[in-house]
Design a protein around this ligand. Structure first.
Ligand SMILES: CC(C)(COP(=O)(O)OP(=O)(O)OC[C@H]1O[C@@H](n2cnc3c(N)ncnc32)[C@H](O)[C@@H]1OP(=O)(O)O)[C@@H](O)C(=O)NCCC(=O)NCCS
Length: 399
């Protein structure tokens, strides 16, 4: 019988996130090369990790074809120069792909099957626009298994505004503006850059180096946001300003069993406490992190008041607000997305889960007074995912 083990998050890095499309910085860069860049960057800054001791590599992508196909966990591992003895595979849970890579490999570590593992995700939404190549079973609509809105994420976000009238466009816009401003402040203070792996990019102008997220809009104002169109519904509330955008990017993380980390002299940045996924009505998929967070808290024997830092994926401002309202947390609570979120830095679908963990880990290091943190996100077709982490730097001064 394999020995049960604690799971720790050793490190995580990501590429800067690009704006999807022909004008975006990664238009001429392959999706798998983004993963490889991130993986090489992760290994370079962890030189003491014996490459041949890595037991598995899981990389998520929502679209698993072309430069995101061919079992990308395996192909990226080979391309990154890992020994051929290191296996790998691909994962898909749409926006929570990378989060599911982490929880899946963590399950393997906890079970004693793995000691070291690499988990991450990628989405090149320029090369693989959302929904491209999909062929939904007609039964979904003919048998009314889901409403037509369920397949358009923007439309599902409009439905959250419908269901909770207290969540106004004004609140969504204000939340979005603050996300942009918090990200700008974090960049100015050099908080985001240490975990970015620069990527060489080629355009008509020649070669350059991508060193920061491309879609940031630090100049965002309430007045500017108020003028934006509502592409998902006439007179709706969801705009390009209060949604995450369409982006390209990759993330990777190194996970370990606690004994392996100790044996190899690796310093954990976070300890896994619990995780949970949950399903909700697909037409309002954005509320998914509410039940998944309740499940994860219950499994951990914690309450929401025990969480000192939140990293919530901002697919849409309104869906973050729905979670905050549910738990009685103020829109401007300083524990939430201190360095901004996906509205500002971008949301390359299957990569984002690990971005949340990278930022939480960096904040844990700064905040020894905080014991627990939450990473959570909504997922297409009506799901939520939540992972609770413990701060190894916790000094016992406060919860
Ligand atoms: C909302 C969405 C359709 C907008 O796409 P888009 O039109 O290509 O977005 P753009 O970046 O071109 O922005 C549209 C306009 O808003 C403006 N804009 C965007 N953000 C702004 C901001 N913060 N402040 C002021 N203006 C802003 C842009 O300048 C642009 O203006 P223009 O039309 O005058 O050029 C797209 O981003 C989207 O689908 N987002 C959701 C992604 C998603 O569903 N992800 C999965 C989540 S589950």
């Amino acid at each position: 019988m394999a020995e049960r083990q604690e799971v720790v998050f050793i490190d995580g890095v990501r590429t800067p996130f690009g704006r999807a499309g022909e004008k975006g910085m990664y238009w001429n860069t392959r999706a798998d090369d983004l993963v490889v860049k991130a993986m090489v960057g992760l290994l370079e800054r962890n030189p003491d990790v014996p490459r041949d001791r890595i037991d598995d590599v899981a990389i998520a992508a929502t679209t698993q074809q072309g430069d995101q196909g061919l079992t990308i966990g395996r192909t990226a591992a080979l391309l990154a120069g890992l020994p051929k003895s290191v296996p790998g595979f691909a994962i898909d849970r749409m926006c929570a792909g990378a989060m599911t890579s982490v929880t899946t490999l963590s399950g393997g570590i906890a079970f004693g099957a793995y000691d070291l593992a690499i988990a991450g995700g990628v989405e090149h939404m320029g090369h693989h626009p959302m929904g491209s190549g999909v062929d939904p079973n007609p039964r979904f609509l003919t048998e009314k298994l889901v409403g037509a809105d369920a397949l358009s994420m923007g439309a599902t976000a409009e439905r959250i505004h419908d269901r909770f009238p207290a969540l106004t466009r004004e609140r969504s816009d204000r939340y979005a503006m603050r996300s942009q401003h918090k990200a700008a402040t974090a960049y100015d203070a050099g908080k985001i850059q240490p975990d970015l792996v620069p990527v060489a990019i080629r355009s008509e102008a020649g070669w350059a180096l991508a060193t920061r997220d491309e879609a940031l809009r630090p100049e965002t104002t309430m007045e500017g946001l108020a003028t934006l169109k509502t592409p998902f519904r006439p007179h709706g509330r969801i705009t390009a300003g209060n949604s995450s955008g369409l982006n390209d990017g990759a993330t990777v993380s190194l996970l370990a069993s606690e004994p392996a980390a100790r044996g190899l002299g690796l310093t954990p940045k976070m300890r896994l406490v619990s995780f949970a996924f949950a399903g909700v009505e697909p037409e309002i998929m954005g509320i998914g992190p509410i039940p998944s967070t309740e499940k994860a808290l219950a499994k951990a024997g914690l309450t929401i008041d025990d969480i000192g830092l939140f990293e919530l994926n901002e697919a849409f401002a309104v869906q973050v607000l729905s979670l905050l309202d549910h738990f009685g947390i103020d829109d401007e609570d300083p524990r939430v997305n201190q360095w901004g979120g996906a509205i500002a830095v971008g949301h390359p679908l299957a990569s984002s889960g690990v971005r949340l963990m990278i930022q939480l880990a960096a904040q844990f290091a700064e905040r020894p007074d905080v014991r627990y943190g939450l990473t959570a996100m909504c997922i297409g077709l009506g799901q939520g995912g939540s992972v609770i982490w413990e701060n190894p730097h916790y000094d016992g001064s406060r919860k």
